[in-house]
Write a protein that binds this ligand. Structure first.
Ligand SMILES: Cc1cc2nc3c(=O)[nH]c(=O)nc-3n(C[C@H](O)[C@H](O)[C@H](O)COP(=O)(O)O)c2cc1C
Length: 155
């Protein structure tokens, strides 16, 4: 089953580590988000949106990409990392809802952060995501995918 994940992972590549573990499950296309990205997601049966947390939200490029490119009626999942506080997902939820999609699941874990003065103390969430986090991300993805597969008509 074809899955596309639109992502932004620029601070320490934390979110990308989770996505790479998911991609090993096969048939996953990772698409780097840009605010003006035009991508045809119609051929994917499952769509993920993923980023670190920036100012308490998913990255703006991911939100813009979702707004611009999410086809109607798609199953969606979200993956994020955060330094200290989980992001608010209301913007993305609103986009998915407006396009008649279904938000099937969310996976998040801490990600190493050296933003601003945190650099002076060596950062927070050191060593995250760790091997347990990436394994849990892959298990989350498999579980969401199996739910979508279960809903598809058998050929
Ligand atoms: C500019 C900036 C803003 C951030 N804002 C938040 C925030 O509001 N809340 C939070 O918990 N972490 C925040 N962080 C920490 C990141 O969300 C965290 O390190 C994340 O794992 C980065 O993911 P990435 O390496 O995939 O980009 C911020 C980091 C940066 C660089």
């Amino acid at each position: 089953m074809k899955t596309a994940i639109v992502y932004h992972s620029s601070h320490h590549g934390n979110t990308k580590k989770l996505l790479d573990a998911m991609a090993q499950e096969g048939e996953v296309t990772l698409l780097a988000a840009a605010s003006n990205l035009d991508v045809d997601l119609a051929g994917y049966e499952l769509i993920g949106f993923a980023s670190g947390t920036y100012a308490s939200r998913l990255h703006e490029d991911v939100l813009r990409c979702a707004e611009r490119n999410l086809p109607s009626g798609k199953p969606v999942f979200v993956v994020y990392t955060y330094g200290a506080w989980r992001p608010k997902l209301s913007n993305l939820e609103q986009i998915v809802r407006s396009k008649g999609g279904m938000l099937l699941g969310v996976y998040g874990c801490p990600g190493f952060c050296t933003f601003g003065p945190l650099k002076l103390i060596g950062g927070i969430a050191k060593g995250r995501p760790n091997a347990q986090d990436t394994a849990a991300a892959a298990a989350f993805f498999k579980e969401v995918r199996s739910r979508v597969e279960g809903k598809q008509p058998r050929g």
